[in-house]
Design a binder for this molecule. Structure first.
Ligand SMILES: [Zn+2]
Length: 79
């Protein structure tokens, strides 16, 4: 028999608390600049970063656009 839904919400709350640190959009783009300059990447840093990308459609969209611009630039620019 299924347990009470109450227990489920409690579990979800716990999961949320143990989840990676939430970063906001500003922190996300700051991090993007920071990470692009680094030679070695920290797994924990990347985790927070990708976590935000999954949670925030706005940043995900901008990120995809940025990537498309960079990719397109590489294709068209024959230097
Ligand atoms: Zn965002």
């Amino acid at each position: 028999m299924a347990e009470l839904p109450e227990k489920m919400t409690e579990l979800l709350k716990l999961l949320k608390m143990t989840n990676t640190t939430e970063i906001d959009c500003d922190a996300f783009w700051e991090k993007a600049a920071e990470l692009s300059e680094r030679e070695t990447l920290d797994a924990d840093d990347l985790k927070d970063y990708l976590h935000h990308l999954q949670l925030c459609p706005g940043c995900a969209e901008q990120f995809a656009l940025l990537k498309a611009v960079i990719d397109g630039h590489n294709d068209n620019d024959s230097i």
